[in-house]
Ligand binder design. Sequence first.
Ligand SMILES: Cc1ncc(COP(=O)(O)O)c(C=O)c1O
Length: 379
Amino acid sequence: MAGLSTSSSMSLPVESDCKDARIGQVIEELDTPTLLLDRAASDGNLARMAGFFRDRPAKLRPHFKNHKCVTLAKRQMLAGAVGMTCAKLGEAEVLVDNGIRDVLIANQVVGAAKVGRLVRLAKRARITVAVDHIDQVEAISRAAVAAESVVNLLIEVDIGMGRCGLTTGEAVLKLATTLTGMPGVEFSGLQAYEGHLVNVVDREQRRIQSRDAMQQAVEIRRLLERSGIPVSCISGCSSATYDCTGILDGVDEIQAGTYATMDRQYFRLTPEFEVALSILVRVISRPGPGKAVLDVGVKGAGAEFGVPGIRDYPDVVIPFFLAEEHVVMNQTPDWSIGQPLHMIPSHACTTCNLYREMVVHENGVVVDVWPIEASGRLS
Ligand SMILES: Cc1ncc(COP(=O)(O)O)c(C=O)c1O
């Protein structure tokens, strides 16, 4: 049994009935590549983030896209999250199937097949979805009436990212006015994500710029409220901005995701969280002096935010190019054939999406194996 400590006075038990033969094994003896999670490090991250919001008005709604693992989501809920955020309807279905009863899909759900799944899911749990056009709303409303369910809607505001969302208060007010009172849907507030600023390396600059961006959503909230439309929620923010936009007056929900596992990129941005995720890899060839080939490439390590690193070897540089199944490195230490190494991916979210399970360890010994139930759920 693992205890997830969320404060000095509270320990949340999370039982595992896993009988995997790898339990008790030293991680370096595992087959490779294997996705590893350091449980103590991840628990520490969950407790730190939960602790930050425990006595603040905003509440955590962690983003499931980070790890896509139901066990981790349940640990986040036990640590105090009010529900989960998803990128995809398929992720939301996995969460509801596994007992999570309050799920936000922070994206637009479009197309008859998906809208049908959405309104059916809304019969089984409180489901909220982002919208930014009346056509999306009408389709959901019609389907929800037919299915006798209710879907909660957040109007997405583009606060500078340039992805989805309305850009003016007038446009938000018009959509909110139109959809208020439509059957099968309930206006719940605003979705606003400062994704264009989460990678600003200078923390003070990130703080100033992201607060300015999120303030736009808060001002739109005030406009709606002055116009007589109650706004129960602004949902947004990230692991890199939780301590600036997350404490802004008028922001209610924090969609931080990566803090649970962390990765190489986020460790540069928020070193107060520990890197819990790694990929156990092996040296499979030493074709020349200083040259080493590892048994994982882009099919096993998300690399959108730059090349991975090798734990304990901060000076060893992985070249820019990752092949499908290989990393070829020059100027390596005297690693032997078969030597296990811990690769730290630059992007945890796409890495977890490549695996079906994470092998959980403490002090280098396997203690559990957690399925990644929503891996590959792209629709
Ligand atoms: C809508 C939305 N909210 C929140 C996040 C924050 O996640 P993270 O904490 O991993 O940056 C993301 C990340 O892509 C997102 O797309």
